[in-house]
Design a protein. Structure first.
Length: 398
């Protein structure tokens, strides 16, 4: 029986696979990737059982991640960070998908992408207050999705009304990644009540997780036993005016740039997970002896199935490379990001499903990493914009 512990010890074998091909990252990016990979091997894959048992909380990852320099990479140098670009977010997400423990701890610190909102729209006072907290392990979350609106920003009902030097927030958010634990929540609210069912009139506020009037709950997720989603209720939560990001009504513009980044990083995470699944399937097929005491890999049908998966991943890598190259040149297109997420997450789902089939009944055992990969992979066609919503955005440009 292959256990999670045994698979963790085979990390060197998995990383020696040529499925990934040459790295698409260069120079300092590749050095950062290596740092991230080492961190995830050490702090996630080697400690899966500790997170699942509760001996280590998810917050531990943020605390050690900031010390290792892999969280808070977008914090500008003048505030103590390294001032990295969105490429570092893509690297973090891709390598997280390549981690055996992702199916246990979930997206966890991918919400560090929200630092970009603060960098783009935060007031000097707010940046001076929050950047040091981020660099010492403060967890962030984006309060966007709502029970009735989903990810349709035009349907957002949470409101913010001006009252003297404060804004007063009222409404509900649902399915917020790290929302149940976040120290800082960037809440999207409607500041212009006359612009209902419109993307105009939205603003973003930085709200502390312990703010008076804010109540939170946890929604457990399929396939991610440790990582839940937050359910938030704002009952006249007062927020100082300086905590608005950008100008009043500028929320949709700020979100637009961040959502494109989020869609590329989500695609990268799903691709990394599919690459890991294929590595595991190849490895298993070469060890699993079947009729005639022959390895499963020796059969023609197995080779064809594995080759088909490898071909699909090559296409997915080529597409995500286009988006990453565009982002590197500050030319990431929202439609291209949406199209990439739709295609790559579909490929990831097919590859992971095929990998489970190679494992057979063993692939359904909870102790096997491939079963966790299979269960957690389903989220990718929903998070950061459902595939259906993104196809509509692509169709709008046809």
């Amino acid at each position: 029986m292959i256990t999670r512990v045994r698979c963790v010890s085979r990390r060197d074998c998995l990383m020696a696979s040529n499925i990934r091909g040459e790295s698409i990252f260069t120079g300092d990016e590749e050095l950062f990737r290596q740092t991230v990979r080492s961190f995830m091997d050490r702090e996630i894959d080697a400690k899966i059982d500790m997170y699942e048992s509760g001996d280590l909380p998810i917050r531990h990852l943020w605390e050690v991640g900031t010390k290792a320099g892999v969280i808070g990479s977008r914090v500008p140098q003048e505030h103590g960070g390294i001032g990295g670009t969105e490429i570092l977010n893509f690297i973090m997400s891709w390598e997280l998908g390549r981690s055996l423990g992702y199916g246990t701890v979930g997206t966890c610190f991918c919400t560090d992408n929200a630092t970009n909102l603060l960098a783009l729209g935060g007031t000097d006072e707010l940046k001076a207050e929050l950047f040091p907290r981020i660099l010492t392990g403060a967890i962030q979350a984006l309060g966007f999705t709502e029970p009735d609106a989903g990810t349709n920003s035009a349907a957002i009902r949470t409101t913010a009304r001006r009252d003297g030097e404060d804004w007063v927030l009222r409404g509900n958010k649902m399915y917020i990644s790290m929302g149940d634990q976040a120290d800082v929540i960037y809440v999207v609210a409607r500041t212009d009540p006359n612009r209902a069912m419109s993307r105009a009139g939205l603003s973003i506020f930085a709200v502390d997780g312990d703010a008076e009037g804010l109540s939170r709950g946890r929604v457990d997720m399929v396939g991610l036993p440790v990582h839940g989603l937050g359910e938030l209720a704002f009952d006249d939560v007062r927020v100082p005016a300086y905590r608005m990001l950008g100008a009043e009504g500028e929320g949709a513009r700020l979100l637009s740039s961040m959502m494109a980044i989020d869609r590329v990083q989500t695609a990268a995470r799903s691709l990394g997970q599919a690459e890991l699944a294929l590595d595991l399937a190849i490895d298993y097929s070469k060890e699993r002896l079947v009729e005639g005491n022959r390895p499963l890999f020796d059969f023609q049908n197995t080779k064809i199935r594995l080759a088909e998966m490898a071909v699909q991943l090559r296409a997915a890598r080529a597409l995500i490379k286009q988006n990453i190259d565009a982002a590197r040149g500050d030319a990431l297109d929202r439609t291209a990001a949406a199209a990439g997420k739709v295609f790559i997450t579909d490929v990831s789902a097919r590859v992971v499903d095929g990998a489970v089939q190679i494992f057979g009944a063993a692939g359904l055992a909870d102790e096997m990493p491939i079963s966790r990969i299979y269960a957690s992979n389903r989220q990718f066609r929903i998070l950061a914009g459902t595939s259906e919503l993104l196809k509509l955005s692509v169709a709008a440009k046809l």
